[in-house]
Design a protein around this ligand. Structure first.
Ligand code: FES
Length: 102
């Protein structure tokens, strides 16, 4: 008999520090990202990914920055148009099947 083991929970940490959120650019990313993370969790029925914000991730000059833990996958110079890249990486890290080709 095999047991199914749920994939490891991930932390998606978006920096909203002074540099990363200059001109509210991190807030714009958060606005796009949050409902997508909610959808992933709602579809699973449990919180597979936890969205968090940070005051600084220690790489300000490359911001806005986001890190997926515990895998340490870093996205720098992020913008709302690149949220799809974050979601693709998150799905891959969660072990999800790739989405069907358009
Ligand atoms: S303010 Fe975002 S990494 Fe420092």
């Amino acid at each position: 008999m095999t047991e199914s083991v749920p994939p490891q929970k991930k932390r998606v940490v978006l920096c909203r520090g002074q540099y990363c959120n200059m001109d509210r650019r991190a807030d714009a990313i958060l606005k796009v990202l949050e409902p997508q993370i909610d959808a992933i969790n709602d579809a699973a029925g449990w919180r597979r990914a936890k969205l968090e914000t940070a005051n600084c991730l220690g790489m300000c000059g490359l911001g806005p920055n986001l890190v997926i833990y515990p895998d340490d996958v870093v996205f720098d110079r992020l913008n709302p148009g690149r949220v799809g890249e974050v979601l693709a990486a998150l799905h891959a890290l969660l072990g999800d099947d790739p989405p069907p080709a358009p």
